[in-house]
Design a protein around this ligand. Sequence first.
Ligand SMILES: C[S@@+](CC[C@H](N)C(=O)[O-])C[C@H]1O[C@@H](n2cnc3c(N)ncnc32)[C@H](O)[C@@H]1O
Length: 621
Amino acid sequence: MVLCPVIGKLLHKRVVLASASPRRQEILSNAGLRFEVVPSRFKEKLDKASFATPYEYAMETAKQKALEVATRMHQKDLRTPDVVIGADTIVTVGGLILEKPVDKQDAYRMLSRLSGKEHSVFTGVAIVHCSSNDRQLHTRVSEFYEETTVKFSELSEELLWEYIHSGEPMDKAGGYGIQALGGMLVESVHGDFLNVVGFPLNHFCKQLVELYYPPRPEDLRQPVQHDCIPAVDTFEDLSDVEGGGSEPAQRETGSRDEKAEVGAAGQATAEAECHRTRATLPPFPTRLLELLDGFKLSKALLTACKLKVFDWLKREAPQKAPDIASKVDASACGTEKLLDVCAAMGLLEKTEQGYSNTETANLYLASDSEYSLHGFMLQNNDVIWNLFTYLEFAIREGRNQHHRVLGKKVEDLFQDAYYRSPETQLRFMQAMHGVAKLTARQVATAFDLSRFSSACDMGGCTGALARELAREYPRLQVTVFDLPDVVELAVHFQPAGPQAAQIHFAAGDFFRDPLPSAELYVLCRILHNWSDDKVHKLLSKVAESCKPGAGLLLVETLLDEEKREAQGGLIQSLNMLVQTEGRQRSRGEYQCLLELHGFHQVQVVHLEGVLDAMLATRVAP
Ligand SMILES: C[S@@+](CC[C@H](N)C(=O)[O-])C[C@H]1O[C@@H](n2cnc3c(N)ncnc32)[C@H](O)[C@@H]1O
């Protein structure tokens, strides 16, 4: 038997299923369809009374679900989908439409209505073909419904409640799932079983045939059997490898009849052809192209930050592109393109009145927000971006690329590169401050540090973590130890407040100078900057300064041992390569380093985002 379903027609298109139902996803992927899942946000609350029949209601809901997803993806995504599939399943009994029960009582009411009776299950399906022209979304909707009748056995109260307590009824139309425990309630089914599960696959395939393989005029003169799904001989016609595009194809004159007369030998040839076509037709590389575009999106975000677009829109919104353009001293046409991409990325809202910041932009991208990452964005735009353009050299040479960007030899990473001028130093400190403010609370509360009365935050920069430590542990005195130039500027970042008396700044070089004494040493995002030699040097200095029982709090992004999983950590590895003398390390590597320097009882907590915190205790040498 040849199984070469018409669903192959959609193989090279960007197909989206606008449904979160795992059952629909399973039915369609089992049938060989490749698709993305984007659950619809359309609320299922159309006025049922305004529909003459239940299936019209189901079809309209399916259509609205699919259109909502198509519109959202068109606005937010940079690539409009080709086809969006929406579906809605309802159960009707005695003229009443049953959807998903809202609670157990509702499930009880539904199931008792179905007990011992026949009911109908309708699934409305909408296939929305999308195209975009002049940034306008164009849609063509094709819809159908399928009805299956199901008869339930008489259900005892006990059985009913047992079933309800299983939890199965809650997310299913009519309050039961025929493919699982609910199958035990069913006496007979008349019609398409998969329709009851949630998606009428057979009817869907027939609909695809009608869409992509409409009857020719000569077919219409004879009785045409539309109620069949063409197999191997039609598949070739159905694929539009050369044609591309998302529109259902027009059939070529004569091609079908000729093939129909080929007979068994022709059937075999066509079968081989079918397999060849499928084999030579790989899935559309959507994810790959998205990865490719990643750097363009990053640069658009960084450019908008650099131009302070989000600052202007925080001050006044909505504003039109030419108004922003004149404020940021840029061309109107360029600004409009940038703003549109920012809107597509979900950073701006775009309406008839103009552009406004989204909450994300107000919170993190405007430079004066409390948790602003504006400084971090500028560091990425002005420094890290340039270093990454030399990634190929970094990979070949296995070292950072400051010398190429700056055109001179860099001996000391901080003094010669990051802190080479007051401006570059301030930008670096602002970048660290923004990230530290977002993560400091988690770091401070990852472990119970209340047994310590003094702490030294080594390379503590602006004191953002010191502040959270002081807030969390009111009897803790915290020394922020950093390079003299940093300590001088750090005062500008320290707001007045009750914690100020607990925080002190000490200037020095942690490789050369004696370390301030403390019961707890903190190394947050420090060790990844340095080579193994320097890490040993630093840890042995810390160990020498510690009494037994002292703590070491280490904060880094840990790699998994096989360097396979943590994408954030792996990207950070490349980041460290192009920027620093150091590298990301795994939990095991840090544990070895710590134990080698007399720090044991290592505990690890993964923090929200990419950071991990490790706490170890100094044991007697
Ligand atoms: C990557 S930043 C981390 C800042 C802070 N710990 C955080 O997590 O946000 C590295 C810090 O180490 C400091 N630093 C670099 N070399 C140093 C040295 N030799 N002695 C003291 N501090 C140093 C830098 O000034 C900077 O503040």
